[in-house]
Design a protein around this ligand. Structure first.
Ligand code: PAF
Length: 291
């Protein structure tokens, strides 16, 4: 496995692979890898001849009061995990390599980013779209793999790829959970013992929402209210949002019909965690998010 830090090195290697007619898969990450990332890389390993992973904590997608400086980093452990899965190349650039002096071009999106995380993190998706489109231009993958835990991000990336005619297949992969239900996240590492226990309220509330929907609740407001009420039982939980939105447009829905994404962001202490589930449609042609 190669670890490279310059755009030229990635381009040279990928060009060679493409000359040989090989299919290149790409998993963009911010590092501090866990089994969620591993599942994306394993899927890429299965689907593609060569697998590239990027490890880059992208400053542009963090707001002023967010956790950019404290975001966990461990390149050595990340490299070991990638190697064990059979990743062929890690791209680990410095900030200056990605954002050269005078950088002033951005990729922004008008739809899909107003609700959910876009509401509480107003500049987040501009940062994500900009860095992901840069990475796509650098790596030029045939397929790119994203987790459903960041369901809004997955929908946004699909829309960007479609709108900007990028010749890349975006593959959505299911949420990976700890045995007790907590969705895997690099940010789980911020939780102390007490907070880790309290964080279970997220997955418990997801299960409650799934059950209510399965039992026939179709009023989105009622579903969201029941989920909020459940979250409020945990004194350490502070709700950022719980919303039911259309999977295609990420706009609020009144009624649970078609493909609906029910998503939440909740602070446990200072740590903001997200989780979600999808109602309807095993696989939506537009968003491709698998249940
Ligand atoms: O999901 C993430 O880790 C990041 O948002 C991504 C896609 C790597 C872009 O920085």
């Amino acid at each position: 496995m190669q670890i490279v830090s310059t755009i030229n090195e990635v381009r040279a290697q990928v060009k060679e692979w493409k000359r040989e007619g090989l299919i290149v898969g790409f998993v963009p990450t911010m590092g501090y890898l866990h089994e969620g990332h591993a599942s994306l890389m394993k899927r890429a390993r299965l689907d593609c001849d060569k697998v590239v992973a990027s490890i880059f904590v992208n400053p542009m997608q963090f707001g002023a009061n967010e956790d950019l400086d404290s975001y966990p980093r461990d390149l050595e452990a990340d490299a070991k995990l990638c190697e064990s899965i059979g990743v062929d190349l890690i791209f680990h650039p410095e900030v200056e390599e990605m954002y050269a002096d005078g950088f002033c071009s951005f990729v922004d999106m008008n739809g899909l980013t107003k609700e959910l995380c876009g509401k509480s993190r107003p500049i987040h998706f501009r940062g994500v779209c900009t860095v992901v489109s840069k990475l796509f231009h650098i790596v030029t993958p045939d397929k790119a793999f994203f987790g459903q835990k960041d369901a809004q991000q997955l929908a946004v990336i699909r829309r960007m790829v479609k709108d900007l005619n990028m010749d890349i297949e975006v593959v959505g992969c299911p949420i990976v959970r700890e045995e007790d239900g907590l969705a895997k996240s690099s940010r789980n590492t911020y939780l102390n013992e007490e907070e880790r226990k309290a964080a279970l309220i997220l997955s418990k509330t997801i299960r409650l929402g799934e059950k209510l929907a399965e039992d026939g609740m179709t009023n989105a407001k009622e579903l969201v209210a029941a989920m909020k009420e459940n979250l409020e039982k945990e004194p350490m939980a502070k709700i950022d949002y719980v919303e039911a939105v259309s999977m295609d447009t990420i706009e609020k829905v009144d009624k649970i019909e078609g493909n609906v994404l029910v998503a939440m962001a909740v602070y446990i202490g200072k740590t903001r965690l997200i989780d979600n589930f999808i109602i309807g449609g095993e696989k939506n042609a537009d968003t491709g998010i698998e249940k």
